[in-house]
Design a protein around this ligand. Sequence first.
Ligand code: AMP
Length: 114
Amino acid sequence: MEDCIFCKIINGEIPSRKVYEDDTFYAFEDIAPVAPVHVLVIPKKHVKSIAALTEADGDVAGKMLFALRTVAEKLGLAEDGYRVVFNTGEKAGQTVHHMHAHILGGKEMAWPGV
Ligand code: AMP
């Protein structure tokens, strides 16, 4: 989608540090990490957020948890654990309106963390 920074990352117009890619998803390091490991996983199809998902996005939604697991394993986080965050909408602090999951790891994390 025009003017979407994550769409531009997917098509290479904006550089990124890729950690994983398949036909449906792209994963890259967050530019402003808040944990020792901070990677974003995004669908290649432009979907604004979880709130904007429709039945037509069922394939993406269904596969995304598996993609998150694959990326976390690739990052070496599977054994120690990691956190997955989907900021959704304004009050949750979503700043990029292309659905994305943050994978956070590499440190002890407190919970609740809101
Ligand atoms: P959110 O606040 O949940 O919408 O998260 C958006 C995330 O995208 C933030 O953690 C930003 O640091 C990250 N981000 C924004 N632009 C880039 C970029 N060009 N490359 C990598 N990460 C980015």
